[in-house]
Structure formats: structure tokens, C-alpha cells
Design a protein around this ligand. Structure first.
Ligand code: SF4
Length: 691
């Protein structure tokens, strides 16, 4: 709701970034211009603070180079030459080209391609576009680049893709394990709950191959070989069971498959796990003993640790730990990966899958290059990209560029800036940012739902995605009434699901308060009395996995490349490369912002002194990171904060702004993970050479 004084008003909204915190904010607007942005002090998670990425957001919305009007390509694809056109010209051309593609090749020849971008339920990944694509019968885009392996694992294990421990209850944990997550960079507002627990005596551990800024702040950092987390989970449970500390009553009442799972746990002795994970036996035994004796234990996971060949199984097996210790029964106990499943809105009312004229093929976001180069029957002829910058973010960059270069491909890019991807477009459309459009948001790091009220008018000729999808539907002659619903109508349709957790949470309430907590008890302990699986139990053994051709018993699945030892690949490319989040950016957002770029600094590669000296790499020198798929340039940072054999750099910087016109995705394969066809960004072997 807007609050007005004589010359200025405040408007409630929220941060749209692909971040678990989804902070609520208050914008101050004076004379039609946003002049101040601050976190909502009343939000139970945000508590008045935004992070370093977003503190300059108002200035970011006014960056020179922001797209202000539609453009048509005037040079070769990739060259970045465009000329200004009107919206009518742009949308008429898109409608005509798409109609011709549908007549000549069928609607499946159109690929609507979208990611998280900086949008919520109406404007982006879950939004209004889906009902348009369904009505047209285009190929169905599968968003599997980020969380999917862990989500599918959670579904098999707990019964729903996006459920787990309520992160607010970490304040009650006695032992907190931040497992493969750099909380202070990627999940800042969880830190307050960690601190609250610490003040009550909790012990906090970080398990991470790198000594991150979070690892430097906790009681214990345990470096681990990437991709071996499931083996460590089994080793920790081995210690718990060896001490007789498993919760027999919980196991009996609330789990399925214990006898077989117990046998598997007993196979993973601390000695065997030490060989796999490169963690000393005594460290495994000490943490296992602490786990056996600390009720409740809360484990926080995020996405990086499941981006490898065995990533789904890693999240599944770690999610089994509280089933063995009984922690799922306590506030402050359990595993928290993704919380979006607790929002029980009516997704089908938003997406309208019933509009699909017939079954349409699905296309993987993870494999854009391959899809563009190799699909036939029909080949992809039309590509509509929004909320995504795949040249910067998709694996196997060379293939992505080759696919986008195809002369017979008609590509539309709808974005805020002329990105690397936009340079391959036939038509570029200028999109609104969060201060300029309405949106509804859930999040994956807490359970609140938020409304973003537009605060200012769009600059130039920028238009929102939902507005443009309505216009495009009209120009393509579609008559389905829902394609013309307003943003607020769509928000009401989602909220009006009839689910008791959303009773009383209306659009009007959200507009007044900015956010609302669905009707869950506080503290919220979702699995104290049972799970959402077909058996109603936590499934150590999953019949559904067996039916899907997967290993049904929780365990350890090695990664594809990183787990290799003494193979030809491991000898040729001895270093495991991790591509991680930037402190001053989210995915591919902000590298073009000078203040963000200055604070982030150049692309560095952290490497252990032994690995640096054996390659004659000098601290501060430039080096080439490469494998058979491609290469990128970095500045070398020699440090013992990373284990020997492992190097890391940040992901998704804009290739056009890098000295080698590429980023780590040039070296990353587009093969997919064990569950959900997820991307395997952290399953990558490389070599490094000074230049
Ligand atoms: S990026 Fe995340 S932590 Fe930062 S303001 Fe947005 S939601 Fe909050």
C-alpha cells in the first residue's frame, strides 16, 4: 500500500532476485522518482536490511545502457548491431514470424526460453507467459538449470519437491550444519537465525571445499572433495548408528526401508568415507558424535552442492539424516533446501495447462545449444528468451553460441540490457524492472508470500512481460479470455486456491502489508507426524525411484568427472573447478553495473599454493583455464583457502566484459545430473596455464 505525505510517498514491494531471502522493501518516491529503497523493518526475515547486491538498486534501474525501446538487428548475429523500431513494428513482426513458423513447422518449433531472471510469479519464470505458450501449443520449456536435482530428490524422500525445515527455526538448533552453502553471500538473512542459535550455545559447522567468508565465521570448517557429500552423510550416520544413537521410535513410526538403509550405512565406515571425501577419519567421527548428541540438528543446503552427476542422491541422502536422528520431529531440526512447496497457490489457474491443444514436447533449459543444433521433427525455428541470459549462464557456451548463430532461427530477447544473448537476437524488447511493474512472489528461503506494487512509471518505452504477452496474444488472433487477464486478476487467481494455509491472504491484504505468512503454526515443524510420500513416511527406500529406473535406496552416487581418480581424464585435467556465486551479483545480473563490478573485482581463480607452484602460476598473474570444451581467462589468486586439486571462480559474469569473451561455462559440459536433468556446473575438470 502506498503511504502519502505532501510531496512524497512510500510503496511496499520486494526484491525480485533469484535469492532465497526475497526481502520485503519500502520504496520512497518523490515527484515520480524513486529516491530511497530500504528493507521492511517489520518483515520477520528481512528485518529492515537489504544486502550489498541491492543497496544500489535504484541507481541500477537508471544505468546508462538500459534498453529503452525495441530494436531490430541490422548486422550479423552476435555482432550487436541494432536499429530502433516501434513496438508496433516489433510485435507485428514477432506475431507474423511465429504464425509462419506454426504453419510451416508446427507450434513445437517455437521454444519459449526463460529462467529466474529478476521476476516473480506474474512476470517471470512462473508467470503469464506460460498461459500464452500453452494456448499456442509451443514446446514446453523445462526450467532445470538450478535446483531441480535436489527438488526431485526431496520429492522421492519427503514427498514434495520443495519442502523441508522452516529456516526460521534454525534459531532453535543446537547443531547447525551449513552444507555447501556460503550463507553470508547467498542467503544473508538466514545468518540472524544462526546467530540467535549461537547465542543459545549452538555449534555451527560449514562443510565446503572452499574456506568461504561464511566458513571463516563459524566454529568449524570441514573442507570436502566436491561431489562426495552423500558419502559423508552416510559416514556421519554410520557414527550415529555405531553409537546406538539412532531414534528407533521415529524410525519405526515414520520411515520406510530402514533395515536395508541401515546395512548401507554400516558399509560406509569413517575409514572408507575418509578415502572418498578426503576428510580425516577423526573429523568424521567427531562430527558424527556431535550429531549423535545434538538435538535438534538443523542442516541448511543450497543449490551448488547438487550440481553434479550425483547431486540428486546427495540431497536425498542428506535429507535422510534427520530421519535417522529423529530431528524431523523438533523445531530447529531437519534439512532445509527449498521452501516454495509451502505456498499452496493455484498454479494451474496461473499457467492454464488445460489450454495446450495437444501434448507438446519438453525441452531442457540445460541443453539450449544441443537443442538448437540437433533437434529435428521439428527443428527449433523460433526462440523467445526472457528472464534469462543463456550465453552467460548455460553450460557449454560454444554450443549455445553456435546454436544462436543459425541464420534460419528467429530469436526474440526481452531484457533490461543488451546482453551477450541479446546480441544474437533478431528483435530485442525492453523490459520493466521491479520498481516499475506489479508482481507476486514466493521464495525458496522462507515461507512468506509477498506483493510488489509498482512504484514508478516505466522509463522510456519499457513494458512488462505480462503486458507484452497480452499484446502478442491479441496480435496473434488468440481469443481465449484468460490471455487478457490483468496482473491483479492473475494474482487473485493464484491466491484463491481454497487451500486453508492461504485463507484470508487476499491481494488486498498483501497490498496493504506487503507480505503475509501462510497459515502455518509457529514454530512450523512440517514432518513431526508424517511425510507427504505415498507411504506417509520418509522413504529411505523409494518404490517410485525403482519404477523410474533409479537406485531406490538412498546412498552415494559419484559425480561424473570430479570423482575420477587416476583416469585419463583426471590425468589430462587434474583440477576440479567449482563455479560459485558472486558476492556482488546474482546469476548473470549486475556485471554491467560499474559499482558492482568495482566491488567484485576481476574474475579470479583461487588455487592452492602447491597447484600454483607446480604450474608456475604467479599470484596476480593472468592464466587460461581450459579443457576440451573451451577456455576462459582469470587472474590467479594463490591461497590455502582451497584444497589442493580444487580451484574455484565465480559464475555467470558477462562474457563480453571479460578479456577472453567467455566465462566458466565455456568449460562446463551440458550433460545432466542423476535426477531431473539438472545442470552439472560443479562437475568439471580443467587445467590451468599461465599466459
Ligand atoms: S538479493 Fe537476496 S538478500 Fe539481497 S536484497 Fe535481494 S532478496 Fe535480500
Amino acid at each position: 500500500m502506498a503511504t502519502q505525505t505532501n510531496d512524497e510517498k512510500t510503496i511496499r514491494g520486494c526484491c525480485p532476485m533469484d535469492c532465497p531471502d526475497t526481502c520485503s522493501w519500502i520504496v520512497t518516491v518523490k515527484d515520480g522518482r524513486a529516491v530511497k529503497l530500504r528493507g521492511d523493518p517489520d518483515h520477520p526475515v528481512t528485518r529492515g536490511s537489504l544486502c550489498a547486491k541491492m543497496n544500489g538498486y535504484i541507481e541500477y534501474t537508471r544505468l546508462p545502457g538500459r534498453l529503452m525501446w525495441p530494436l531490430r538487428r541490422s548486422g550479423r548475429k552476435g555482432a550487436g548491431q541494432f536499429e530502433r523500431i516501434s513496438w508496433d513494428e516489433a510485435l507485428d513482426e514477432i506475431a507474423a514470424r511465429f504464425q509462419r513458423i506454426i504453419v510451416e513447422h508446427g507450434a513445437e518449433a517455437i521454444w519459449p526460453f526463460y529462467g529466474a531472471g529478476s521476476y516473480g510469479m506474474l512476470q517471470g519464470i512462473f508467470g503469464a507467459g506460460r498461459r500464452l505458450w500453452h494456448a499456442l501449443g509451443t514446446s514446453q520449456h523445462v526450467v532445470n538449470i538450478c535446483t531441480i536435482a535436489g527438488c526431485v530428490a526431496t520429492e522421492y524422500t519427503l514427498g514434495d519437491r520443495r519442502v523441508g525445515m522452516d529456516p526460521e527455526t534454525f534459531q532453535d538448533s543446537k547443531l547447525i550444519i551449513l552444507w555447501g552453502t556460503n550463507t553470508l553471500t547467498t542467503n544473508l538473512h538466514l545468518w540472524r537465525f544462526v546467530q540467535m542459535a549461537k547465542e543459545k550455545g549452538a555449534y555451527v559447522v560449514v562443510i565446503d571445499p572452499m574456506k568461504t567468508r561464511t566458513a571463516e565465521q563459524v566454529d568449524e570448517h570441514i573442507p570436502i572433495l566436491p561431489g562426495t557429500d552423500a558419502a559423508l552423510a552416510l559416514g556421519l550416520m554410520n557414527v550415529v548408528v555405531s553409537l546406538g544413537a539412532e531414534d528407533k521410535e521415529f524410525i519405526e513410526a515414520h520411515t520406510l526401508g530402514w533395515p536395508d538403509f541401515k546395512k548401507r550405512i554400516l558399509d560406509y565406515t569413517p575409514e572408507r568415507v575418509s578415502e572418498i571425501t578426503e576428510i580425516p577419519v577423526e573429523v568424521i567421527v567427531a562430527l558424527g558424535t556431535r550429531l549423535a548428541n545434538s538435538r535438534p540438528t538443523g542442516i541448511k543446503l543450497l543449490m551448488g552442492m547438487q550440481r553434479h552427476g550425483g547431486g540428486g542422491m546427495a540431497v536425498r541422502t542428506i535429507s535422510c539424516i534427520p530421519g535417522v536422528t529423529g530431528d524431523w520431529r523438533y523445531a530447529g531440526g531437519g534439512v532445509s533446501y527449498d521452501t516454495r512447496g509451502f505456498f499452496r497457490g493455484d498454479w494451474n489457474a496461473l499457467w492454464r495447462p488445460d489450454l495446450l491443444p495437444s501434448k507438446a514436447r519438453t525441452l531442457n533449459m540445460t541443453q539450449l545449444g544441443e537443442g538448437l543444433l540437433e533437434l529435428d521433427d521439428p527443428p527449433v525455428q523460433g526462440l523467445f528468451i526472457y528472464a534469462a541470459n543463456p550465453v552467460a549462464s548455460d553450460p557449454h557456451q560454444r554450443k549455445v553460441r553456435q546454436g544462436l548463430e543459425r541464420d534460419d532461427l528467429f530469436t526474440v530477447v526481452f531484457d533490461h540490457f543488451q546482453t551477450d544473448t541479446a546480441n544474437y537476437a533478431d528483435i530485442i524488447l525492453p523490459c520493466t524492472m521491479q520498481l516499475e511493474h506489479a508482481d507476486l512472489h514466493t521464495t525458496f528461503g522462507h515461507i512468506y508470500v509477498s506483493w510488489n506494487e509498482p512504484a514508478v512509471a516505466p522509463p522510456g518505452e519499457c513494458r512488462s512481460t505480462s503486458d507484452v504477452f497480452r499484446d502478442l496474444a491479441r496480435r496473434m488472433g488468440l481469443t481465449e479470455p484468460c490471455l487478457y487477464d490483468s496482473d491483479e486478476d492473475m494474482a487473485r487467481q493464484v491466491l484463491n486456491s481454497g487451500h486453508p494455509t492461504l485463507a484470508g491472504i487476499t491481494l488486498e491484504k498483501l497490498k496493504a502489508d506487503g507480505w503475509a505468512r501462510p497459515n502455518y503454526p509457529s514454530p512450523f515443524v512440517p514432518f513431526a507426524d508424517g511425510f507427504m510420500t505415498p507411504s506417509g513416511k520418509l522413504e529411505f527406500y523409494s518404490e517410485r525411484m525403482a519404477n523410474d529406473g533409479l537406485e531406490p535406496l538412498a546412498g552415494y552416487t559419484p559425480s561424473y568427472e570430479v570423482s575420477q581418480k587416476d583416469t585419463a581424464l583426471a590425468r589430462k585435467y587434474p583440477l576440479a573447478l567449482l563455479s560459485v556465486c558472486r558476492h556482488y551479483g546474482v546469476n548473470s545480473i549486475f556485471p554491467n553495473s560499474e559499482p558492482h563490478a568495482r566491488r567484485q573485482g576481476p574474475a579470479v581463480l583461487q588455487i592452492h599454493p602447491n597447484d600454483a607452484s607446480s604450474r608456475n602460476l604467479r599470484h596476480g598473474g593472468t592464466a587460461r583455464v581450459f579443457n576440451d570444451r573451451g577456455d576462459f581467462l582469470v587472474q590467479i589468486q594463490v591461497t590455502d583457502k582451497v584444497k589442493p586439486g580444487i580451484v574455484w571462480t565465480v559464475k555467470s559474469r558477462w562474457p563480453m566484459l571479460e578479456p577472453g569473451n567467455s566465462n566458466p561455462n565455456a568449460t562446463i559440459d551440458d550433460r545432466t545430473s542423476d535426477m531431473g536433468s539438472g545442470a552439472v556446473y560443479n562437475d568439471n575438470r580443467v587445467e590451468v596455464a599461465a599466459i
